[in-house]
Write a protein that binds this ligand. Structure first.
Ligand code: ADP
Length: 454
């Protein structure tokens, strides 16, 4: 069964309150019970002491200090507040008892000679509190005085209290549950507004934001987080759209060249040289498209997180090997140097690092003519790779954009240096996925240095 959040809050709070109220009610009942019994026992004590001073047993005979006075007193007290008295000998045989006991007898415990306090007994359906006192005459134990008083009123009071508490308990809990449900409902109203607003936001209205009601409270912070998430989503949507439009534009250019070349070719018969030259133009357009598609696929693979697992790569020998390999393939001079002599291990995907290095070194080859330097350093306990060229350098306007997809510097376009503008975008993605920090510093006319920090 689906349960609303406000009902859940109300249930939890009611459960906790139920335990607390039960505890408080229990304490109230016990305190009242103790006070009432204590009061009765104190009265019984006074009553017993009074009678002990007036009655004594001497050689198995009951004697009164002032018999008339005692009888009168007892008579009066029986009317107001029934006191039950019984005198027993040491064996517990009844010697005399007050008339209000009728044929009943009070309880006698032969071993409770000096028992303090009183206890509850039942005579018929009447509850009594009873005390027992040892009677001595001239130092000799003669018998016992048993005194009891009615517990009926106290029992009625306690029963009433118990019934009231038992009735109040569910009543309090039920009203508490509904009050809390109402209050919880009021408290989560802003959340319902957020739900309604976020439900309205679709792909086409990603620029809308959820209004923040109170900046300081948790709901305000939740709203801010949702808005920040919407900001990021909107930004990535814009980037995605930009990327798609850039990609189609970049693919359309070689396609148009290809189509134009073929149209020119079929317009009229050509010489074989013309055919060769036009077909070469067409082939270079196809090459450009296919290299762009390869790079787009590589980028898509990195974005999908299809990154190869991390290996322990020894950086010094790895960079040296890359330098040698690319030097062999391209014939360009690539210098590797380092001051480090101890092997440096890093945990990184070797395949990704290979792709990053290939891209950076091939760019250095494309955009410079001199020697390319690769250096490995150990800084603040972490290895760093530098890829340095002495080429044209990158202007201030472009340096922040070179990692954007399809960005190509004006000079690269003017000099007709082949490229797609995707290489550094792939480097950035791969570096992000592999936890490598990539940065660049460059000076026009003096070359560029790309830095990979682990
Ligand atoms: P591409 O090389 O295919 O154009 P990249 O993404 O690799 O694409 O590079 C983006 C741009 O950054 C290049 O067009 C170029 O202008 C600039 N760039 C990259 N590397 C260098 C470099 N080593 N020296 C100068 N400019 C560079």
């Amino acid at each position: 069964m689906k349960q609303s959040y406000k009902a859940k809050i109300a249930k939890r709070l009611t459960f906790v309150t139920a335990l607390l109220v039960m505890l408080v009610f229990g304490i109230i009942y016990l305190v009242v019970d103790f006070t009432v019994v204590d009061n009765i026992d104190r009265e019984l004590e006074i009553e017993t002491n009074k009678h002990v001073g007036q009655i004594f047993l001497a050689n198995g005979e009951i004697k009164f200090v002032h018999k008339d006075e005692w009888q009168e007193q007892e008579h009066q007290e029986i009317q107001l507040n029934p006191i039950f008295i019984e005198i027993v000998d040491l064996e517990g045989n009844s010697m005399d008892k007050s008339p209000n006991l009728g044929s009943n007898r009070l309880t006698f415990h032969p071993d409770w000679k000096s028992k303090e306090g009183a206890w509850t007994i039942k005579i018929g359906d009447q509850e009594l509190r009873q005390k027992q006192m040892l009677l001595k005459y001239e130092g000799k134990e003669e018998g016992y005085l048993l005194v009891a008083t009615s517990f009926e009123d106290a029992r009625e009071l306690l029963n009433n209290l118990r019934n009231i508490l038992l009735l109040l308990y569910p009543g309090i809990l039920i009203s508490l549950f509904f009050t809390m449900r109402f209050v919880a409902g009021k408290s989560i109203q802003p959340i319902q507004k957020i739900i309604a607003k976020t439900n309205q936001i679709t792909q086409s209205s990603l620029d809308e934001r959820v209004p923040v009601l109170d900046q300081e409270d948790e709901i305000g912070q939740l709203t801010k987080s949702i808005n920040e998430l919407l900001n990021r989503l909107e930004l990535s949507m814009i980037r995605e759209k930009q990327f798609t439009s850039d990609a189609s534009h970049e693919l359309r250019t070689p396609l148009s060249v290809l189509r134009g070349t073929l149209e020119v070719l079929i317009r009229k018969p050509r010489t074989s040289e013309e055919y060769v030259s036009k077909i070469q133009t067409a082939l270079s357009s196809i090459d450009r498209m296919s290299s762009m598609i390869d790079q787009l696929l590589a980028l898509a693979r990195v974005e999908k997180g299809a990154i190869s697992p991390k290996d322990e790569v020894e950086i010094l020998s790895f960079v040296e090997e890359v330098a040698e390999q690319i030097q062999r393939e391209t014939g360009r001079e690539i210098h590797f140097h380092t001051q480090e002599s101890i092997p440096l291990f890093v945990k990184v995907s070797e395949k990704s690092l290979q792709m990053i290095m290939n891209n950076l070194i091939h760019n250095a080859i494309k955009y410079s003519e001199g020697t390319i330097d690769l250096e490995v350093k150990y800084e603040n306990g972490k290895p760093i790779i530098f890829v340095n060229d002495q080429g044209q350098g990158i202007g201030e306007d472009s340096i922040n954009k070179i990692f954007d997809p399809f960005f190509r510097d004006q000079s690269a376009l003017e000099k007709l240096i082949p490229g797609t503008g995707l290489g550094l975008a792939i480097v950035k993605k791969l570096a992000q996925e592999s936890g490598i920090d990539v940065s660049v510093s460059s000076e026009i006319g003096h070359g560029s240095t790309f830095r990979l920090g682990f």
